[in-house]
Design a protein around this ligand. Sequence first.
Ligand SMILES: Cc1cc2nc3c(=O)[nH]c(=O)nc-3n(C[C@H](O)[C@H](O)[C@H](O)COP(=O)(O)O)c2cc1C
Length: 393
Amino acid sequence: MFENKIAVVTGGARGIGRAIAEEFRRSGARVCVIDLRSNDYFVGDLSEQAVLEAFAHKVIADYGHVDYLINNALPLMKGIDQCSYEEFNYALRVGVTAPFYLTKLFAPYFAPGAAIVNISSSRDRMSQPQTESYTAAKGGISALTHALAVSLAGKVRVNSISPGWIDTDCAVYEGPDADQHPARPGGKSHGHRPYGALSLFGQGGLSDGGEYLYRRRHDPPDDLSQRLWLEAAGEGLSVKTAICYYSRHHGNTRKVAEAMAGEGEADLIDVTARRMVRLEGYDLIGFASGIYYGKFHESVLRFARQYLPQGKPVFFVCTYGGAKGGGPRDVAELARERSCPVLGVFGCKGYDTFGPFRLVGGIAKGHPNARDLENARGFFQSLKKTYDSEETR
Ligand SMILES: Cc1cc2nc3c(=O)[nH]c(=O)nc-3n(C[C@H](O)[C@H](O)[C@H](O)COP(=O)(O)O)c2cc1C
């Protein structure tokens, strides 16, 4: 699958890095590891500029180009009580500066279709006590990822993976480690233990670490690693989508949103749920609503005002009894103000028993029907393709 591809893996002598390196080798790639520990390619300290330069020089001298750069090496895990000034800086040099500098050194040598995968962590968003050096570095590499992604757009795909705990030693975790984090986003279950290094790929960078694996922990690891590796390396990359919906009358809009979510990685967010939401981590945001008096329900606009990040690609979905009127006009206006490109609008009929229609048993009976839902799935698929196209990257 990766025959004749050149993969650079930092920290590739142990743990997650070794699993990634082995997976690449198994798939036919030539792997250039850099690690402090002994390995078959390059031993060196990633915190040193001269070492990074010597390593990059060797890779290019040996192979002439790079197809995949996996910035995996792990910075020190020390907290506010124990971590010295030097140790904190060391963690940042390994965890953030080295990924930046290797990318810079390899920039002229990335092959067409090349991909960078930065190994971040669920710590980029939440913490356990006494993990400041690690957490700061993981936050740094996550932010570095989106900056590089736009700087290198059209040349190299840049993504990050943010897994929860990865059990590379089959250890038994207890207490906060087993629970993972005091803050659990979105009420998702994070109280799991991953079953091995390759489960990294089961946590899919493009998803929130934890939940994905939790659902799939019984799947065969090999299948997981291979499929999700492809995602992480950018082939068949999934587009992480949030569909923020209001659906009260008959749950019509929710049915449509669920059909779309069934087509890929999409989280459904009820805009009336009254909990804190972060949309920054999504690639694509959908706003969905039944039509109420000719427009989206006002709670969708309120929600979008509060949470829609600047510049995020959006799409709209509506269901309506007879006519959608202005439809998503107000939210579309907000999107325009925030420089969010609108990638598409989907609408279909939805069973309506409002007011006088109730007397006749309602209109648009049976909608959304199987065909509506099929159209919704098709729309969502084509939307993801639009997202993947160069114009929106
Ligand atoms: C208070 C109210 C106002 C509505 N206004 C419209 C309207 O202006 N145009 C229309 O076509 N349908 C209208 N409908 C019908 C809904 O848009 C339609 O049933 C929609 O599918 C409901 O979505 P939901 O079940 O996801 O809430 C209205 C329904 C209600 C309850």
